[in-house]
Write a protein that binds this ligand. Structure first.
Ligand SMILES: C[S@@+](CC[C@H](N)C(=O)[O-])C[C@H]1O[C@@H](n2cnc3c(N)ncnc32)[C@H](O)[C@@H]1O
Length: 448
């Protein structure tokens, strides 16, 4: 028997979830309300098809938050690419700052000093993305875009206000291109990566491309000045289509006179301008002098290692992805950096106990969402650098790891910043600086 949908009801919104939904408490039950902002009174339409009815959508606003703004994207609300376009940009940053503080508070860390903010142009910043592709005849054919929120359907996009302009300018042409291929229903995804020198499109194809397909992709690449790739299977199967020998993509860190080279599939920070500031801030925090040896864990292509190497005696970068390690070493060479070495290591491997963390006076960590607790346990029992900078894409694991560092009485939290790496989305990038406590009894740490 079908359950009848619950009736709409009025609710006051008290807060915002970590993924940008309004929070309301009605008759003792917590509701997460899409499209609603704190301070608003809204008519909530319970969302159907869920096991729990604690999810709803704001159907009507009875009173509006002063921080509400009009989303500039016509598919905002459906498209899963953004979650916060209805909130003014400054308020988004405040929300992220507050979420970071709450995550720390949950772990017993009351931070009362200012949280610094790194921010830049909030539109057209996204230099990497995975676009879904789907053949849906009743919607007119091929759809290209991000997945819808909470579903695997594709939101067709002809323009996107957050994606890099070079990709935005060709979005509308992609469905026609895919449709012209011999196997339109066998192209599930197009990965895009924009460098400062070129933009790459990688077409995942589940059936082989014909000569004619290659000719069409080549023509598109030539006309639109794009690097075109095909991908038959996993990442190792990526092959250039046009030109036959494409250049690597590039981005610069002008303050350090560095140019980084990367592949379309390499991890790079999504937002070039925020990345420049984040690297500058973290390197500044670490007060690196010519005698310092810095260990950069989860170093990727050396985004932090090479700037640090400009100041340090030596930098050791460690990273799990061997292709990134190779690029990091090559980037060092191409930039004339001679005091940086890179190692490929799975930093989450339990067998890692056989590996002694190198002695260092400075440590930088930029782990994936899961954080770096196991690694930090080894730091506490190992080199215990004087300054430790932790860059994070997940406030919950940063807070957990901060608690471990401070409760061990080995470190105290000294600086905190939120970096607006992903404007209009609910993702939160942040960084923290920890200083070793040399005399835990007094809480006094060695300076310098
Ligand atoms: C947030 S990215 C940071 C990369 C780099 N610091 C940057 O700024 O470009 C996290 C990095 O951790 C690496 N990683 C993920 N799991 C790992 C593991 N188990 N061992 C070592 N590195 C890992 C990823 O390959 C990725 O390069």
């Amino acid at each position: 028997m079908k359950r009848r949908p619950a009736a709409p009801f009025t609710a006051e919104i008290e807060g915002l979830t970590h993924d940008g939904r309004g929070i309301s408490r009605v008759e003792g039950k917590v509701w997460f309300v899409e499209g609603a902002l704190p301070g608003e009174t809204v008519l909530v339409r319970p969302m159907r098809g869920r096991r729990s009815y604690s999810l709803g959508r704001a159907e009507k606003l009875f009173s509006e938050s002063s921080e509400r703004c009009t989303p500039c994207c016509p598919v905002f609300g459906t498209c899963g690419g953004c979650a916060l376009q209805h909130l003014e940009h400054n308020a988004q940053v405040n929300f992220k700052r507050q979420t970071l503080l709450e995550a720390l508070q949950k772990e017993g860390i009351a931070w009362t000093a200012p949280v610094e903010v790194i921010s830049a142009e909030p539109w057209h910043y996204r230099r990497k993305a995975r676009l879904g592709v789907r053949l849906v005849p009743k919607k007119g054919g091929i759809l290209v875009g991000f997945r819808e929120r909470h579903s695997s359907y594709i939101t067709p996009l002809t323009t996107c206000p957050v994606i890099h302009p070079s990709v935005d300018s060709i979005l509308a042409a992609l469905p026609e291109l895919v449709e012209s291929l011999s196997v339109p229903s066998r192209i599930p995804q197009i990965e895009v990566a924009a460098g400062e020198n070129a933009t790459a499109l990688i077409f995942r194809h589940l059936s082989p491309l014909t000569e004619e397909d290659v000719a069409k992709l080549t023509h598109f690449g030539r006309v639109n000045n794009m690097l075109m790739y095909g991908q038959a299977n996993g990442p190792d199967s990526i092959q250039p289509v046009y030109p036959p020998d494409p250049a690597l993509l590039q981005y610069a860190l002008p303050d350090f006179s560095l140019t980084f080279y990367f592949r379309a599939t390499s991890f790079v920070q999504v937002n070039a301008l925020v990345n420049q500031q984040l690297v500058g801030t973290v390197i500044d925090w670490l007060a690196i002098g010519p005698d310092d040896r810095l260990l950069d864990l989860f170093c990727g292509i050396g985004n932090f290692s090479l700037p640090a190497a400009r100041l340090a005696r030596q930098v050791i970068g460690v990273e799990g992805d061997a292709t990134l390690v190779q690029l990091a070493a090559e980037n060092a060479r191409w930039n004339g950096v001679k005091n940086a070495v890179f190692e490929a290591r799975d930093l989450f491997d339990p067998e890692l106990n056989h590996w002694r963390l190198p002695e260092c006076s400075r440590l930088l960590l930029d782990p994936p969402r899961t954080g770096a607790l196991e690694v930090l346990k080894r730091v506490i029992n190992g080199p215990k650098p004087q300054l430790l900078a932790y860059v994070s894409c997940n406030p919950a694991t940063l807070a957990r790891d901060a608690r471990f560092l401070t409760e061990s009485q080995s470190y105290r939290l000294e600086r905190l910043t939120v970096a607006d790496m992903f404007p209009h989305t609910a993702h939160i990038e942040s960084a923290a600086l920890f200083r070793r406590v040399d005399n835990p009894g007094t809480g006094v740490s060695e300076k310098g």
